[in-house]
Ligand binder design. Structure first.
Ligand SMILES: [Zn+2]
Length: 174
């Protein structure tokens, strides 16, 4: 499903069928985490036998942490799929999370499905909560608070696409 650009670097076995597969390095659209993320300069295994295309991700947990940090620090209002991603990243069920932020279950569900706009205060509460609940990200709270007042409260029509280089864990918004 990913769009692949890059050059062939070596051959490897397909994880799905064991056939010899081509490995390229390039950008890969990775939607498996529930958000439109682009992984930059990753190795991509492409199997011509079974059609499998998959990126090589050495540090999946670190990638999740980086994506969560990028979403928390984005200078735009959170959208539904971003809220759902952050809640899932924090390991909370919809019911648990709704109770934490004092929303009823239906309202939270509508927000996550994009049927209801996430209010600017709920947005900030969610970000602070998720940062604090993550052992990997809780040290970034001060950094986040420093940029909090610069977050644009106008909902964006297009969600920002986040790109991450998994080798350096640098992220940027497109
Ligand atoms: Zn295959």
């Amino acid at each position: 499903m990913g769009k692949v650009m890059g050059r062939v670097t070596k051959k490897e076995k397909c994880n799905q069928c064991g056939h010899a597969a081509t490995v390229t390095r390039g950008d890969y659209r990775f939607d498996e985490m529930g958000l439109p993320v682009v992984l930059r300069k990753v190795e991509i295994i492409q199997c011509s036998e079974c059609g499998t295309t998959e990126p090589v991700i050495p540090h999946m947990n670190g990638l999740m942490d980086t994506l969560a940090l990028a979403v928390v620090c984005q200078p735009y209002r959170l959208q539904g799929d971003e809220l759902r991603f952050l809640r899932t990243y924090a390991g909370k069920s919809a019911k648990e999370f709704a109770a934490l932020v004092h929303l009823d279950n239906t309202t939270l569900s509508k927000m996550e499905n994009g049927e209801r706009v996430i209010g600017p205060q709920t947005d900030k509460l969610v970000r602070l909560l998720v940062l604090n609940m993550s052992p990997e990200l809780s040290g970034k709270v001060g950094e986040f608070i420093a940029m909090m007042s610069d977050i644009d409260d106008d909902p964006r029509g297009d969600p920002p696409r986040i790109s991450i280089n998994p080798a350096t864990m640098h992220y940027q918004y497109a």
